[in-house]
Ligand binder design. Structure first.
Ligand code: PD2
Ligand code: ZN
Length: 278
C-alpha cells in the first residue's frame, strides 16, 4: 500500500464504527496497519475522524522516525555501535557520536567532491529547485543504494531510527567554505505553498532529518536550533537527528548552519519521508 490511498466513504464508515465501539485511536491504527494501510494515511484519517485524536501523541510513533524505546547510550545500529550523547524530547532532537568512521567520512567526501555544484533549495511556491542566497554551500545527491558505502550507511540509519530505507531520500552531501552558511529554515514542505502538493506526491512529507558531520571545521559551522536555544558543534563522525511529526513551527525544529569561520565544513543529510520515496 502507498501514499496514494485516500479516505474512502467505506473507510470513513469503518472508522466511525470503531469509534462507536469504543476503540482507542492507537488500537484503530494498529488494525489499519495490520491490514496494509500506509501509516501516514491511516494516522491522517484517524486524526480527522476520531474525536480527540487530532493531538494524540501516541499516534506520532507510527509517523515519525525515532530511537527504539529504552535505547541505552550505546546502540547497535545494523553494522556499527553508535553512542547516543544527547536525547531531547521537545523538540525531538538527538545527537550521536561515532555514527560514521573516519574512513567512511573521508570516502564520502572523495566520492562527492567531483560532483559538487552550487546548492539549490526547493521553492515551495512552484515545487522547483533554484539557487538561494540563504544557502551558500555546494552540494550533490547520491541515489539511494548507490554503491556499497552509501548502502551500508543507509541500512545503519534505518536501524538506528527505525525507519525503512525506502522512506528515505538519497543522501545529500554539502560543502561549506569560509563564510558559507545555511540560514534557519524548516526541512518540511510548507503545506500553505502551492508547489507542496506536487512535491508530496513522491514520498509524502519529510518527517525527520539526520545531519552527519563528515569533518570538523576549524571554527564555526555549528547547526543551530534558534527556537530551542540549542547549538550542535560539527564533529567528524557525529550526527544530529531531529523529527517533526507535523509540518508546523510548533515542532520547534527551525534550524540553520552557522557560517564557517575557518577551514571548511562537510555534511551528509538524510531526509526521511512519511511514505515510500521511489
Ligand atoms: O549543514 C548544516 O548544518 C545544515 C543546517 C541546516 C544542513 C541543513 N539544514 C540541511 O541540509 O537541511
Ligand atoms: Zn535543514
Amino acid at each position: 500500500m502507498d501514499s496514494r490511498q485516500v479516505i474512502t466513504p467505506e473507510l470513513r464508515e469503518w472508522l466511525l464504527a470503531q469509534v462507536a465501539a469504543g476503540h482507542s485511536a492507537d488500537r484503530v491504527l494498529a488494525s489499519m496497519q495490520a491490514s496494509g494501510w500506509d501509516a501516514g494515511v491511516a494516522v491522517e484519517a484517524i486524526r480527522a475522524l476520531v474525536p480527540g485524536a487530532a493531538d494524540d501523541p501516541t499516534l506520532d510513533a507510527a509517523t515519525m522516525p525515532g530511537l527504539s524505546e529504552g535505547a541505552g547510550h550505546r546502540i547497535q545500529a545494523h553494522d556499527r555501535e553508535v553512542d547516543l550523547v544527547v536525547d531531547i524530547q521537545h523538540p525531538r532532537i538527538a545527537v550521536f557520536r561515532d555514527l560514521l568512521s573516519d574512513a567512511e567520512c573521508d570516502a564520502l567526501i572523495e566520492l562527492a567532491r567531483p560532483r559538487l555544484s552550487r546548492s539549490e533549495t526547493v521553492v515551495n511556491r512552484t515545487g522547483q529547485s533554484e539557487v538561494n542566497a540563504a544557502r551558500t554551500s555546494q552540494g550533490m545527491f547520491f541515489s539511494r543504494g548507490e554503491g556499497e558505502l552509501v548502502s551500508a550507511i543507509e541500512a545503519r540509519i534505518a536501524a538506528l531510527l527505525n525507519w525503512p530505507v525506502e522512506r528515505g531520500e538519497g543522501l545529500q552531501v554539502l560543502r561549506y567554505g569560509v563564510g558559507a552558511e545555511y540560514r534557519p529554515h524548516f526541512d518540511y514542505f510548507d503545506p500553505a505553498q502551492p508547489g507542496t502538493q506536487a512535491i508530496l506526491k513522491r514520498g509524502g512529507q519529510r518527517v525527520g532529518t539526520l545531519l552527519m558531520y563528515l569533518n570538523t571545521p576549524t571554527s564555526g559551522g555549528a547547526t543551530t536550533f534558534p527556537d530551542a536555544g540549542i547549538e550542535v558543534r560539527a564533529l567528524r563522525g557525529s550526527a544530529v537527528f531531529f523529527a517533526y511529526g507535523q509540518p508546523s513551527p510548533l515542532t520547534r525544529t527551525l534550524h540553520g548552519g552557522a557560517p564557517v569561520l575557518a577551514g571548511e565544513k562537510w555534511v551528509a543529510t538524510k531526509w526521511l519521508r512519511a511514505s515510500r520515496f521511489d
